[in-house]
Write a protein that binds this ligand. Structure first.
Ligand SMILES: [Zn+2]
Length: 332
């Protein structure tokens, strides 16, 4: 008998990607990427999601065991309702699981994109073989996922592991969520860029390589520009990255106390700077952990699946959910 087939869909503010997976392989057999066009409204986006699913399913839609969907923003995976999505205007309290299942006639499951990236890295990436995994993604925002005792932690209403919204500085800078001083507001790519622009505007770093990389235009200073300058040895840029890494490392020490993982995986564009940011993360962990037992045998590593983590995780969600309710299919 042919291995079961699953579809993963990763819905972002800009583009939506879908892929078909077979059995326990994370290499997609079919893959597509389309613009989400969120501004056209919910119905138009749902139509496009359906199109993407049908495209990767080909003539095998009836053989698809399940479809997993990774979405930004808080959602309830138990009820299949998206609570809201910051990058998708008008998407509020949407029973997305039911709406999509009705369109395609296959079982559908939804999950938070950072949670599903954690699931993907655990099942098929850097976290393979571990039962306790902490995953953090540092890009425009900061998100994460927790695997505890071989299960993904979702929480009572499915909103657990929002590691970017842990308090870092009381009454600190405004966070995207509306509160102040959260980790995301002081250490995300957005925060690094904002801080760099403010310092440069105030006259700091007048000889920084950032000016050259941004062609002298303050508005062109992004986290990627700061990161490139830091990697090239620019001290002003390095200080900004070290500061962000230190905030992340302090929070991570608390997360190690709470979850005691055997591996910590960093994904997202800012993390891909590698040791420039991960070394300050590691030293802040060492300075703040209550015992070296928390970090001595807990490597802090880079994600292995890159941009595909959410997509692979969405496929893994469909696989987990459809196999959880029946006997495992063994070799026959
Ligand atoms: Zn926040």
């Amino acid at each position: 008998m042919a291995a079961a087939q699953y579809i993963g869909v990763d819905i972002g503010g800009t583009s939506t990607r879908a892929a078909r997976f077979s059995g326990d392989n994370h290499i997609p057999e079919m893959k597509t990427k389309i613009p989400t066009q969120a501004s056209k409204g919910v119905e138009a986006v749902l139509q496009r999601i359906e199109m993407a699913i049908r495209e990767v399913a080909g003539d095998q839609l009836q053989q698809i065991a399940g479809v997993g969907m990774a979405l930004p923003g808080p959602l309830d995976p138990h009820t299949g309702v998206l609570i809201n999505a910051p990058n998708l205007p008008g998407w509020e309290n949407l029973p997305l699981q039911r709406m999509t299942a009705e369109r395609i006639g296959r079982p559908v499951f939804i999950g938070n994109d950072a949670n599903l990236a954690a699931l993907g890295e655990w099942k098929f990436g850097a976290g393979r073989g571990h039962d306790d995994v902490l995953y953090l993604t540092v890009s425009t925002g900061i998100g994460g996922g927790v695997i505890a005792g071989g299960r993904m932690l979702v929480g009572a209403r499915g909103m657990a592991a929002e590691v970017g919204h842990i308090l870092a500085i009381p009454d600190g800078p405004l966070c995207g969520c509306g509160q102040r001083g959260h980790l995301e507001a002081v250490a995300s790519g957005t925060a690094i860029a904002r801080l760099a622009r403010a310092k440069l505007k105030a006259g700091d770093g007048s000889d920084s390589k950032i000016w050259e990389l941004a062609s002298g235009d303050l508005e062109s200073v992004t986290a990627a520009v700061v990161g490139a300058a830091a990697v090239a040895g620019d001290e002003f840029a390095q200080r900004l990255i070290v500061e962000a890494g230190t905030f992340i490392g302090r929070t991570l020490a608390s997360l190690l106390h709470a979850f005691n993982p055997s591996i910590v995986i960093f994904g997202g564009g800012v993390s891909m700077l590698g040791d420039v940011i991960l070394d300050p993360v590691r030293s802040a962990v060492r300075q703040n952990a209550m015992s070296d037992a928390y970090w001595r045998s807990c490597p802090i590593v880079l994600a292995a699946l890159g941009d595909d983590a959410g997509l692979v995780g969405a496929g893994a969600l469909a696989m987990e959910e459809t196999s959880a309710h029946r006997q495992p299919v063994g070799p026959s």
